[in-house]
Design a protein around this ligand. Structure first.
Ligand code: ATP
Ligand code: MG
Length: 427
């Protein structure tokens, strides 16, 4: 026998018993986004490799070692998107959406990074991305944070995440800070690991982002970027924190928060959790005005974030009161030739009159006993029972599978309103 083929390492199936939780989260996400007037944009999963090199930056983990890059049959270098910001901006530039306009957009779908798979870190993972364009003031930065704050609340996990904020200032402010930082780390070269020594010349700010515990002290004592911010950057940052305070959204300023990507300026933020081990960042983003010009657009403004759905789902699973409904409310048992024919017709009538009922029809026959077992197995609350006798009398049996009440027999016409009455609590 041939060996079974398995999924690619780090790429996971979502099985039917897990999809209700995904659908629940996706529904709430859509509701919240729509309550802020955001529109969905759908983007290709594959883009030209150049797009990511130019936007994410050559000296980042993603471009250096995580991308799934391949030549297509024409010899063009293509890449499975490792994130959505670049593609979203590419699309908006390509279709002229950034010309004297503002946009509030979201997308949802798989991203690909060749990382070492572990809990909360996969090679295919799903992100919700939210991007806004054309707005320079701090209110849009704050809006994105408020939107997430609302989402956590609606999902019942607000107490499991906390908000970390920082400002990276302008590119010019960062250049000055960069020199100060390089000078500092050069004085402490012996405390840097190999990755950080390399970054000292290429991307020194990323050293602050290192997760190596042995570098904790040298990072903690490094000069802080916030001391090098100009008045405009500070005012922008202050306006955000004031808004959050006004609305009772707690936050911590984390001066070490630099984010992995080169394109951020001013605001950066992360929603982090202690509940998921070392994969603690669930949602991350910030302002990236500079990226638009980097991709060939006119000077403009952009703020956005991305949330990892697998990490969100892991947090949701910690809730013990998940509002998940079973996939089947009622199961129709049919025994006998007439019952099979009439049952099929009756099932369609039920679906006409009670469209929200999740009704599953028996298939492949079997005895009453055998079909009751199937009804129980799919988790139905009610069995709708049809034998040839019931059909002759225009009746139907209804039995609750979740309590000991006896089976009732009633005219078919009554059965639908009976089920509506019994199940309306769930609707
Ligand atoms: P990390 O520091 O955990 O590697 P990152 O800075 O690379 O995260 P971003 O590029 O900002 O992550 O992506 C935003 C979010 O997407 C992360 O906060 C996380 O929730 C999720 N994410 C990123 N990479 C993965 C992955 N390999 N598997 C699962 N989720 C991921
Ligand atoms: Mg990463």
């Amino acid at each position: 026998m041939a060996a079974n083929i398995q999924a690619v390492r780090g790429m996971h199936d979502v099985l039917p018993d897990q999809t209700p939780l995904w659908q629940y989260a996706e529904r709430i996400i859509r509701e919240v986004l729509s309550s802020y007037g955001y529109s969905e944009i759908r983007l290709p999963i594959v883009e030209k490799t150049e797009l990511f090199k130019r936007s994410i930056g050559e000296v980042t983990d993603i471009v250096e070692k995580e991308m799934y890059t391949f030549d297509d049959r024409n010899g063009d270098s293509l890449t499975l998107r490792p994130e959505g910001t670049a593609g979203c901006l590419r699309a908006c530039l390509e279709h002229g959406l950034l010309h004297h306009q503002t946009h509030r957009l979201w997308y949802y779908g798989p991203m690909y990074r060749h990382e070492r798979p572990q809990k909360g870190r996969y090679r295919q993972f799903i992100q919700l991305g939210v991007e806004t364009y054309g707005m320079s003031g701090p209110d849009i930065d704050a809006e994105l944070i408020l939107l997430m704050h609302r989402l956590w609340q609606k999902l019942g996990i607000r107490d499991k995440v906390s908000l970390q904020l920082n400002s990276l200032g302008t590119i010019a402010e960062r250049m000055v800070y960069r020199e100060v930082l390089v000078f500092y780390f050069q004085q402490h070269k012996e405390s840097l690991d190999e990755d950080s020594l390399r970054r000292l010349n290429t991307n020194p700010l990323r050293i602050l982002d290192s997760k190596n515990p042995e570098m904790k002290d040298v990072i903690a004592n490094a000069p802080e970027l916030i001391a090098y911010l100009g008045a405009d950057s500070l005012a922008h940052f202050k306006a955000i924190t004031t808004t959050l305070e006004d609305l009772g959204v707690t936050y911590q300023i984390n001066t070490r928060l630099v984010r992995g990507l080169d394109y951020y300026s001013k605001t950066v933020f992360e929603w982090v959790t202690d509940e998921l081990g070392s994969q603690g960042t669930v949602c991350a983003g910030g302002r990236y005005d500079g990226l638009i010009e980097q991709l060939g657009g006119k000077p403009n403004h952009a703020v956005g974030f991305a949330m990892g759905m697998e990490r969100l789902l892991a947090l949701l699973e910690l809730r013990d009161d998940l509002p998940i409904t079973k996939p089947v409310d009622a199961y129709m048992i049919r025994v006998g030739e007439k019952a099979e024919r009439e049952g099929l017709r009756f099932a369609e009538t039920i679906r006409n009159e009670f469209p929200t009922l999740k009704l599953q029809l028996s298939a492949d026959g079997g005895s009453f006993k055998n079909q009751f077992k199937k009804a129980d197995k799919v988790g139905a609350e009610f069995a709708i029972i049809l034998g040839d006798d019931e059909v002759d009398r225009g009746e139907v049996g209804i039995k609750s599978l979740r309590n000991e009440l006896a089976q009732q027999t009633m005219p078919q016409s009554q059965a639908i309103s009976f089920l509506q009455q019994q199940l309306q609590i769930n609707r």
